[in-house]
Design a protein around this ligand. Structure first.
Ligand code: DAH
Length: 348
């Protein structure tokens, strides 16, 4: 029995060499120390051993058991350390390295300006509605009271597409689109891009953004005074409370009466400079009371409903606010230019 025990010990220790894998270690543990393992088997056979030898055999069994348990503990510890070292090498994490600077983008200055304008208008109770860039003659011209022979419909002023469609020349189509679908009271702003076959120059571009706005309620509720109040408030919120605002009589087919709105030149403060052509004022908006023919075109009774409308160019307004002199800079996407307008602060 003693011999058998020594054999068990020798075999187990040999298998528990330094290169033993976790599976091999587990196999030895089960075979030798397990509940029906070799040592248990010996213990079970103890009655066969002469009485006087039993204590010595018992001690030997315990000694072997402890020795093998300790060997397994050492090997497991070693394996754990190796695994940790390997994972550290593989992951190669050097926590002392400086962090990577992940560059963050920012909004284009024209986008910043448009969002600021819409924020102000929304805070005044207007709802933002998107309307289509591709239009038909009715929504871009006819319903807006452009006579059939109006020069804006001619080839050089409009991009015509196939099938009687065109690229909208202004966001005033938004008035028609919304009024066709809904009934007053309405307070709506329609931002979007517009297209005209113009050269890209210091002050113009073939594609440009506009914001159209209108407010309609029962006749007599919304007047020209509200138009003046809303636009003056809006312009002072956007350009600063010290800006002076001026309304000039003008003409648009879709409004009567019509006005153009000027603000005091931001550069010279009204005293006259090159940018405002010595006038002290810059034109910023078109506006007016919605023409009865426009209301009729969408099935509203002009005796029942009345309202005002306005429209403004986004890039032009951004130019003034940001003190940029050349519209082309907004479209070239030269980072040296754009970096100057990184945060929203320039327009807030
Ligand atoms: N649609 C005009 C344009 O493109 C801008 C405009 C002027 C819009 C007067 C209006 C308005 O709603 O009342 O130049």
């Amino acid at each position: 029995m003693r011999e058998q025990l020594e054999q068990i010990r020798a075999q187990a220790l040999e298998q528990l060499g330094d290169a033993a894998t976790p599976e091999q270690i587990e196999a030895v543990r089960v075979r030798v120390l397990g509940r029906s393992g070799e040592l248990t088997e010996i213990m079970r056979r103890m009655p066969e051993v002469p009485r006087e030898e039993r204590p010595a055999i018992g001690r030997l069994v315990n000694e072997i058991k402890t020795q093998i348990e300790e060997r397994i503990a050492v090997l497991s510890e070693q394996l754990k350390r190796l695994a940790m070292e390997r994972s550290l090498v593989e992951a190669r994490i050097d926590v002392t390295l400086p962090g990577l600077n992940v560059p963050r983008g920012w909004l284009h200055p024209v986008t910043q300006s448009r969002e600021r304008m819409l924020d102000i208008l929304e805070s005044m109770g207007f709802e933002v509605v998107e309307t289509p860039d591709i239009e038909d003659d009715f929504h871009n011209f006819g319903a807006l009271n452009f006579p059939p022979d109006h020069p804006a419909r001619e080839m050089q002023d409009t991009f015509f597409l196939f099938g009687g469609l065109l690229l909208r020349t202004h966001t005033s189509n938004g008035q028609i689109r919304v009024m066709e679908q809904r009934k007053p009271p309405l307070a709506i702003v329609c931002p979007g891009n517009c297209y005209r076959p113009d050269e890209l120059t210091v002050r113009s571009s073939p594609m440009f953004g506009q914001i159209e706005g209108f407010m309609i309620d029962r006749a007599g509720v919304i007047t020209m005074a509200h138009l003046k109040g809303v636009l003056t408030e809006f312009l002072r919120a956007f350009f600063g409370p010290e800006s002076a605002v001026r309304f000039r009589a003008s003409f648009f087919p879709f409004t009567e009466p019509s006005a153009e709105v000027d603000i005091s030149c931001l550069l010279c403060g009204g005293s006259g400079c090159r940018v405002c052509k010595q006038s002290g004022w810059t034109e910023i908006l078109g506006a007016g009371m919605i023409h009865p023919n426009v209301l009729r075109a969408v099935g509203y009774d002009p005796e029942e409903y009345q309202g005002f409308a306005f429209g403004m160019g986004v890039e032009r307004t951004a130019l003034l606010k940001l003190g940029v002199e050349d519209m082309r800079l907004f479209f070239e996407n030269d980072l040296r230019f754009l970096r100057q307008f990184r945060s929203g602060e320039a327009v807030s």
